[in-house]
Design a protein around this ligand. Structure first.
Ligand code: CS2
Length: 494
């Protein structure tokens, strides 16, 4: 591979004709947004909407991306002048578009000061985040700041050289306040219920630990609109890189693979201004909660359930799982009978087609979305994806056998041993604790109790609820005895 065929400003003209390019003068773009957590999802979603705003002629909204851990994204994108390809794929063919909205990428651990400097620039009006659930440094069951989290302890002791997103945000707000600059709007784009409020809760608590004045300032002056974000973005593989190279004619070190569907619903509360995202497909609403719950419970709840049960049944991707006997019917019944009755009404919204479309998206044969990828960080995902829904079913005194099978699937998966006795590479901030708690235990009641002791996931109420105990215990028993494929078939009466 030569440098001449690498995607960058000077090679853009050589792209295959049907590849869409930025089409605006990138030299004129200012940085108006700092984005923390510049992973694949951000590059398939917010950066694409913002690219369209820049193409509409408003050059104030370039994005400076920050990686909080590794240098991979910076190393891939900077030699390409921040450009990258988004490949949109479904069964009917692929389309390719080069995105130009990223103006720079910083790697926080290498130079925290540079990140703070970017965040305190007067031109920056928005700090957005996709740092995943664990990036909020909270206890999953309560979504309140984990004050013993090592990064939080570190950042309280070293405010000028933080490690966590929370530490960066609070220090940058303190500096802006000291410099007489208006604060930025904080825009959480992670899959959490009431993500704006959650961010506000952890940020103000952290600020309180630094000193009362700062916390009051933040509470009174900083906007935290909530958002619902949606687009399926599997991890990029080398095969994907080759496809992009062959089709577009240029080599991209880190292209993004995604689906045609994309959705962004945002609360319209941006006191310092925002891009005209409404002109490029974003929906602005007064309150996003009902959308967020719908998406988290129907899409992400089903996704996680399919990931655990599908992985255990030996399936590599979500579309493979959807083709396997019984799984499609299982997820449909789970959505209709167990999840839908827990959702707040959304007037004028066609929920039946939304659910049908979700299953169609899961079946997308062109996306190789690995069950293993979705299975990651289950301890951080379970409460908002499955447990809160179950909590509501319990209040309604209604059955929740399929949701319970999803939770049991996670427990079985997190033991680290698959149905054939092979190792599972369990990625989770609490993976060590799972191992310690379940080691040497083989019966369903023992394993169940080991997990339910983790109050940071299950909370007090659920862990001690007899009906929950019985349902998840029975599901786990079935999984251990019969395996996932059979348990799924039985739960749809097959
Ligand atoms: C997935 C999500 O990996 C996961 O946990 O459930 O990333 C999902 O693909 C997105 O939320 C879709 O919007």
């Amino acid at each position: 591979m030569t440098e001449e065929d690498r995607l960058c400003e000077t090679t853009l003209a050589r792209l295959a004709k049907d590849t869409q390019t930025p089409g605006y003068d990138r030299g004129q773009i200012q940085t108006g947004i700092v984005h923390l957590g510049i992973g694949a999802f951000h590059r398939a979603h917010q950066a694409v909407y913002t690219d369209a705003v820049l193409a509409n002629g408003d050059s104030r909204w370039g994005i400076l991306g920050v990686s909080l851990r590794s240098a991979d994204t910076r190393d891939a994108l900077l030699p390409q002048d921040g450009l990258y390809t988004v490949a949109v794929r479904d069964g009917s063919g692929d389309s390719f578009r080069v995105i130009g909205s990223i103006t720079n990428v910083l790697v926080a651990p290498e130079d925290p000061e540079a990140v703070l400097e970017a965040m305190t620039s007067p031109a920056v009006k928005i700090v957005s985040l996709t740092v995943t659930e664990k990036g909020y440094c909270y206890a999953p069951a309560t979504a309140s700041l984990d004050e013993r989290h090592p990064d939080i302890v570190h950042d309280l002791g070293n405010p000028a050289a933080p490690r966590s997103a929370i530490g960066f945000i609070v220090e940058a707000l303190a500096l802006r306040r000291a410099n007489g600059l208006e604060p930025f709007t904080l825009l959480s784009c992670d899959n959490l219920p009431a993500n704006g409020e959650t961010l506000k809760r952890v940020v103000t608590r952290f600020a309180e630990l630094r000193g009362p004045g700062l916390a009051t300032f933040i509470r009174e002056n900083v906007a935290f609109p909530s958002t619902m974000v949606d687009r399926i973005v599997p991890a990029t593989t080398d095969v994907d890189r080759s496809v992009v190279h062959e089709t577009t004619g240029l080599r991209d070190a880190w292209p993004i693979m995604t689906e045609p569907f994309t959705q962004w619903v945002v609360e319209d509360h941006f006191p310092s201004g925002r891009p005209a995202w409404e002109e490029v497909g974003v929906t602005f609403v007064a309150d996003v909660d009902a959308f967020e719950l719908m998406k988290l419970r129907l899409l992400n709840g089903s996704h996680s359930t399919l990931a655990y049960l599908g992985y255990l049944a030996g399936h590599e991707t979500v579309s493979d799982v959807m083709q396997a006997d019984g799984f499609g019917a299982f997820v449909e019944a789970m959505m209709d009978e167990e999840i839908t009755p827990t959702l707040p009404p959304l007037s004028g919204f066609d929920l039946a087609s939304y659910k049908e479309q979700l299953r169609e998206r899961f079946r997308n044969p062109a996306l190789r979305h690995r069950t293993w990828q979705i299975a990651m960080d289950g301890s951080q995902k379970l409460p908002q994806r499955l447990l809160n829904t179950i909590g509501q079913r319990l209040e309604q005194n209604q059955p929740f056998g399929r949701l319970a099978l999803g939770v049991a699937g996670w427990m079985r998966y997190a033991t680290g041993i698959d149905e054939k006795g092979g190792q599972i590479d369990v990625r989770d901030p609490l993976a060590d604790e799972f191992r310690k708690r379940t080691e040497g235990k083989s019966s369903a009641p023992e394993i169940l109790d080991a997990y339910l002791g983790m109050k940071q996931i299950f909370g007090e109420d659920l862990a001690s609820n007899a009906a929950f105990h019985t349902a998840v215990g029975a599901a786990l028993e079935k999984l251990l005895k019969d395996g996932s494929a059979k348990a799924v078939l039985e739960s749809i009466g097959g």
